[in-house]
Design a protein around this ligand. Structure first.
Ligand SMILES: Nc1ncnc2c1ncn2[C@@H]1O[C@H](COP(=O)(O)OP(=O)(O)OP(=O)(O)O)[C@@H](O)[C@H]1O
Length: 261
């Protein structure tokens, strides 16, 4: 089991931001975590990354239970995490290659000597992700799409069992988004690759590789299960409290609001 949440509630001040969340993620599954603004996605990721304790319930990540064998540093070194907050914390003078290599040490910046093996692996990852052309460019000079690729490369350096991608397509144009999704699909298809949790606001980013979906609504699990059974017009109309239409095309769902006139 990659991840197990049992009756997880988190309160902040008087507000319940997560309420009785149950979620099991097994090896070989790839999940979409979908929710509207304020649904609690970030709060859920913070719990998984051991930045917070749950107010109630049990969180077990990669076999480590919160408060027991739970070593936050050790745990985080085994989770690949790509998010805007990671991006903001990178030292601006590192080039793309150095950003990728820093993932081998789970550090935000490259402060240690690398081995030949680490260097080779870094080049291989950059090549797989199509980043070789700009490997020597300063990270902060890259386009948003290039930056996201490099961050994914950084996350892959540590051979994580769990790869969490938090809105990786934010700020990307259609082509850059589709190219990035294609790279993510390739990672998802690798037999020994990481289990992916893909966090998004956009239904149309759900790839055929993301076989499981969790719909989070106002801190509670609205529904979770097999993506193709879950993502349909009826279920999502209930989720949004608004009539919507879902059409599947090329293995991907497209969402639109039903007009009542
Ligand atoms: N520091 C805080 N103190 C009090 N409430 C907070 C705090 N941080 C977040 N919240 C509240 O918790 C709820 C869940 O927020 P969270 O950021 O987890 O949602 P989200 O699904 O990630 O939203 P978004 O898609 O907009 O990033 C929101 O109602 C938010 O206002």
């Amino acid at each position: 089991m990659m991840l197990e949440l049992e009756g997880v509630t988190r309160k902040r001040d008087d507000k319940t931001v997560l309420n009785g969340v149950n979620w099991q993620v097994r090896k070989g599954e790839h999940w979409v975590l979908y929710g509207l603004n304020g649904a609690g996605k970030t709060s859920l990721l913070d719990l998984i990354n051991a930045y917070f304790f749950p107010t109630e319930g049990k969180v077990t990540v990669l076999g480590m239970e919160f408060g027991k064998t739970y070593l936050a540093e050790k745990l985080r070194s085994q989770i690949g995490f790509v998010s805007a907050s990671v991006q903001q914390k990178l030292p601006i003078y590192d080039n793309a290659y150095e950003v990728v290599l820093s993932g081998a040490f789970a550090s935000l910046g490259l402060y240690q000597e690398t081995t030949d093996e680490i260097d080779r692996k870094g080049v291989e990852i950059l090549r797989d992700l199509g980043c070789l052309d700009y490997a020597n460019r300063d990270y902060h000079t890259l386009s948003q799409g290039e930056k996201q690729r490099v961050l994914i490369g950084r996350a892959l350096m540590a051979d994580p069992e769990l790869l969490i991608l938090d809105e990786p397509t934010a700020g990307l144009d259609f082509i850059a988004r589709e190219e990035l999704l294609e790279s993510i699909a390739t990672i998802a298809q690798k037999p020994n690759g990481p289990t992916i949790i893909y966090v998004t606001h956009h239904i149309e980013e759900i790839l055929p590789e993301f076989n499981k979906t969790l719909l989070l609504k106002a801190g509670s699990v609205f529904a979770s299960g097999n993506t193709e059974e879950l993502i349909d017009s009826e279920q999502l109309s209930g989720f949004f409290d608004m009539p919507v239409n879902v059409v599947w095309s090329n293995g991907r769902p497209l969402l639109s609001k039903v007009r009542n006139h």
